[in-house]
Design a protein around this ligand. Structure first.
Ligand SMILES: [Zn+2]
Length: 246
């Protein structure tokens, strides 16, 4: 007998499957990411189509058939959505990138409540903020999320000798090793480059400071560049992710 399960979460992405169905990439609080097949959803009369749109927060009832690896949607209820994101294409497109990022990095069926809470908070901030204020939140989301899944760059002390380097001169960043090096230790590192104090401070703030204190904080273009290089290096070297990040 099929056992019904219920979960609350967000639709990250969805794609067409055969002629009438869609596969839903669902990020749930209870089970982490799930792939759910919504059969017959592309039929214009199917009420589930509207509920299962990206960015909607839904409660979904689903089940797994014997000898099948994918779950099937039995029913879905829209709990709420983010109208001020949906209405503004530029905001929506940033969240779509962020959803693709989560879909790429989060393993299936692995619960991670901290990332879930951070994602929810991010959506609330982006919904209410004007577009020109959301950049810092997005960058901070990427850095905080990779920290929560274990890829946080070391930003306070030298990776090798562990000397505290925050606010010091002549600090180097090593993308490959994942953090900063002192001028002495960097001599053995081929991939490191000198990082300006203000850029390091930017990275530190985006990683550790709450969103509410980042709204008017100045981020330099070089900071964005380093985040992009770091994420691309550590998460994948696939062309797909290079294209979607930042
Ligand atoms: Zn050192």
């Amino acid at each position: 007998m099929d056992i019904l399960k219920k979960a609350t979460g967000f639709i990250l992405l969805r794609k067409n499957f055969r002629s009438t169905s869609k596969i839903i990439d669902f990020y749930s609080k209870e089970y982490g990411r799930l792939l759910l097949l919504a059969k017959g959803i592309r039929d214009g009369k199917n009420y589930l189509n509207g509920s299962l749109e990206p960015l909607n927060c839904c409660e979904i009832i689903f089940y797994k058939k014997e000898n099948q690896t994918i779950y099937f949607v039995k029913d879905a209820f829209l709990l709420y959505n983010f109208p001020l994101i949906i209405k503004e294409y530029k905001k929506y497109s940033q969240i779509f990138d962020l959803n693709r990022f989560l879909s790429f990095i989060l393993p299936l069926e692995e619960k991670n409540e901290e990332v879930f809470r951070l994602y929810l908070l991010t959506l609330f901030f982006i919904n209410f903020l004007p577009y020109d204020k959301i950049r810092n939140i997005i960058l901070s989301f990427y850095l905080k999320t990779i920290a929560l899944i274990g890829f946080q760059p070391s930003l306070l002390a030298c990776l090798k000798c562990e000397k505290k380097l925050f606010q010091k001169k002549d600090v180097f960043f090593d993308t490959k090793k994942g953090g900063i090096l002192c001028s002495n230790c960097q001599k053995e590192s081929k991939n490191s480059f000198l990082i300006d104090k203000k850029i390091l401070e930017n990275l530190w703030h985006l990683s550790f400071i709450p969103y509410s204190k980042l709204l008017d904080y100045q981020i330099f273009p070089e900071t964005e560049k380093i985040i992009k290089i770091y994420l691309n290096y550590h998460l994948t070297d696939s062309l797909t992710l290079r294209k979607i990040l930042l």
